[in-house]
Design a protein around this ligand. Sequence first.
Ligand SMILES: NC(=O)c1ccc[n+]([C@@H]2O[C@H](COP(=O)([O-])OP(=O)(O)OC[C@H]3O[C@@H](n4cnc5c(N)ncnc54)[C@H](O)[C@@H]3O)[C@@H](O)[C@H]2O)c1
Ligand SMILES: [Zn+2]
Length: 691
Amino acid sequence: MKESIHDISHRAQVLRAEIELHNYRYYVLDNPSIPDAEYDRLLRELQHIEQDFPQLITTDSPTQRVGAAPLKAFAQITHAIPMLSLSNAFDDSEVEAFDRRVGAGLALEAEPVAWTVLDSVEYTAEPKFDGLAVSLRYENGDFKTGATRGDGYAGEDITLNLRTIRSIPLRLPLVHPPALLEVRGEVLMLKKDFQRLNQQQLAKGEKEFANPRNAAAGSLRQLDPGITATRHLTFFAYGIGQCDDADLPQDTHYRMLQYLSALHFPVSQECRVVSGLAGLLDYYQAIGAKRDALPYAIDGVVYKVNSLAFQEKLGFVSRAPRFAIAHKFPAQEAITQLLDIDVQVGRTGALTPVARLHPVFVGGVTVTNATLHNAGEIERKDVRIGDTVIVRRAGDVIPEVVAVVAEKRPPGALVFTMPEHCPVCGAKVVRLSDEAIARCTGGLFCPAQRKQAILHFASRRALDIEGLGDKLIDQMVDHAIIRTPADLYKLGLAALASLERMAEKSAGNILRAIEKSKHTTLARFIYALGIRNVGEATAKDLAAYLGSLDQLIAADSERLQQILRLQQIPDIGPVVAQSIVDFFAEAHNREVIEQLRACGVHWDEHEGKSVQNGQTAPLSGKTFVLTGTLPAMSREEAKEKIEALGGKVSGSVSEKTDYVVAGADPGSKYDKAVSIGVTILDQAGLEALLK
Ligand SMILES: NC(=O)c1ccc[n+]([C@@H]2O[C@H](COP(=O)([O-])OP(=O)(O)OC[C@H]3O[C@@H](n4cnc5c(N)ncnc54)[C@H](O)[C@@H]3O)[C@@H](O)[C@H]2O)c1
Ligand SMILES: [Zn+2]
């Protein structure tokens, strides 16, 4: 059915209203709710309607205007020469059409000399910075005023904010500066500064910026320049406005850029002079390949006819010059619907929520899944099943859901909750208090974690099984020859030798290495279990202070924290202790440990520093009293160390006291100890006991 003109007119109205709203959010609030590609799509649809039905064009249509009017909160600055936008090309054929238009425009206008025979136009090609345009006015060499583009004719006076940007010269380095020079360019935020800013915002509990462009705009359009000064902004020059500088090159755009560079304005190192369509497209490819490695965000490249005389000949259409065009890169963000959220378990037990998406073309490929990172991110972004979401895919990075388009949330969108049990193995899922990530606690037997668990178990600092590398483990797990570390000790020569590229001799070597690993130390064994947050040093301490694996399994969080405090790593005690408790709470983990012991994995139970056979801790049963000031140990520290080894610290001396530890200026406790003959220790004596 053919649409009536009435329907089309209505569609144009709807589009205008929608685009105006996005303009307001983007240009005024610096807080867009949809990706640029989606905005461009809406604008293009409107442009096409207006092209086909010119009678529908209104003077206030967003297709006829640039940006948005300046905010009342700022003083206004009128641009004597308007700051326009750029036409866009989204593919090669549109660039070709541009090049043809330029060639034709020059030929038509020309006197029958030079450019009638022009078959290859010369262009300057530049990165298209994704920031915001500003105009800087220098009077007699001094930076006087600076403004945003605004609606192209009047912008906001942001002079004080611009003065905080270090790459903007406050004085031109000229002995005889021109009376007037207006430099135009882009204020932007480098990718690294953008990341840092967002981390700070997050830490302060404030809103993150969607991208460097919004961060730059939001930072620059501040009523308080003090805030702008704390944000790291950068400037690149790419053109001039009003000017009476006699030294300004009059021939080409490229030479004008070089002149600006000589005046100490930053000019992109990527600007080139190229020739004809082929030159444009080559440049596009080259910059596209570099895009992710550039320190600043770009959303395309800009081609400008290089000859300034030609530029003048070509002139302007309503909102953009005819002599230039922006060739856009494929969008890295798009919107689509979130159909469902799955949970994947990684090699280390981390549960990653993955968004199942309605297929969407973004970053050059069709994407159907995107990571949601972790439960904390889902909460922070308030992502719900059924939402319309913004998906980002930049370079080789895994596609991610960056935000929700709040106004498109359907009724009944579902809040996601992390499963309480691992979807792979059924073990309990925990999320430690200081972590955004939920994890499966079934480290030793969870199929998702098998390869990692066995690799870690066999690694050099753990049970040190020589020759058992990741490729072999992958094969053994894939062929279901082993499922847990305990299965290593049940391996037969035949099973091993059946594996690809496994000669019988090396199979024999590996079996011998496995056999040898049975005799180990408690510290290595604890480390080998792969308990979250338990590294080598912690494993050693746990072995030394607890003396036996059964003590470790039985230890409660308090006791574990007591030991961990001795490591003097602040603040992590409770988290590590919780990891240990969770690990041993999982019956399957304990089963694997039992199997390991049953298979003959053993260690010397005496290895704990001074642990006696059958005794839980070296100082257990001993009572200490502390008095006076020790030279290099606080009383609290001494108490902790004694208690960690099982000793008791009491407040008063009696017949039951085993040791009085006396520092400088001891009190009456010291006298009492002397009178009843209790052993008195100084700090060195205590330390000897603690060793
Ligand atoms: N997501 C949204 O809701 C939303 C809303 C409005 C606009 N937008 C986006 O804003 C853009 C349209 O805005 P626009 O009219 O400012 O056009 P534009 O950004 O596409 O092109 C014009 C601008 O390019 C900039 N530029 C960067 N490098 C340049 C260079 N080397 N030479 C010359 N100019 C250079 C200048 O700031 C200039 O004003 C589009 O990308 C659009 O998607 C998005
Ligand atoms: Zn699991």
